[in-house]
Design a protein around this ligand. Sequence first.
Ligand code: 3PG
Length: 213
Amino acid sequence: MTHTIEELLTLAPVIPVLVIDNLDDAVPLAAALVAGGLPVLEITLRTSVALAAIEAIAASVPEAMVGVGTVTSTVEMEQSINAGATFAVSPGCTSELATKAAGFELPYLPGVANPSDVMRALEHDLSVLKLFPAEAAGGTAMLKALSGPFPQVRFCPTGGIGPDNMLDYLRLDNVMTIGGSWVAPKQDIAAKNWQNITSLAAAAVRKAASAND
Ligand code: 3PG
């Protein structure tokens, strides 16, 4: 089933940003995050096993919505679709990638860090965007400032977000969801401590639910 990027981002308040070094970790890691209530996963193309990890998760964890992250070229985009990625995330927004994603009908979340980036995305009819790197690019003050000229844009801020500042982001009207790596710490993955990853995901879901309190 194909989802729009809007639909995908409403499925979870946090999108785990994952770096998978060992292929054997892919399926249990995805299952641990799904068990904690976070089914929308971004597998970054930062390791040699990333594409194989996407393929393994797509085949073995049907509850997960597996996407690809750190896409910086159209070749990577195509390889990721072939591996089973159902959406793609980029650190930035190039016209070439936006055009390619539209051609593939691939839900696409490009990164933006300033108004010109937002305008380029809008030229491609992309209005759900990742603010990246969120904290370094201006954080919640930047998002509030962008809501004036771009009231139609919704964001998934990513980069520098964790348990201490997640609610500041989720309480903004132009934030749909947030991305972050804190729910899947490197040391827990290395130790295969899946239970702790499920607990971190569940804690993030609980905390996000309190954003409306
Ligand atoms: C990244 O670049 O790895 C993502 O933006 C995640 O950032 P974080 O590690 O600060 O959550």
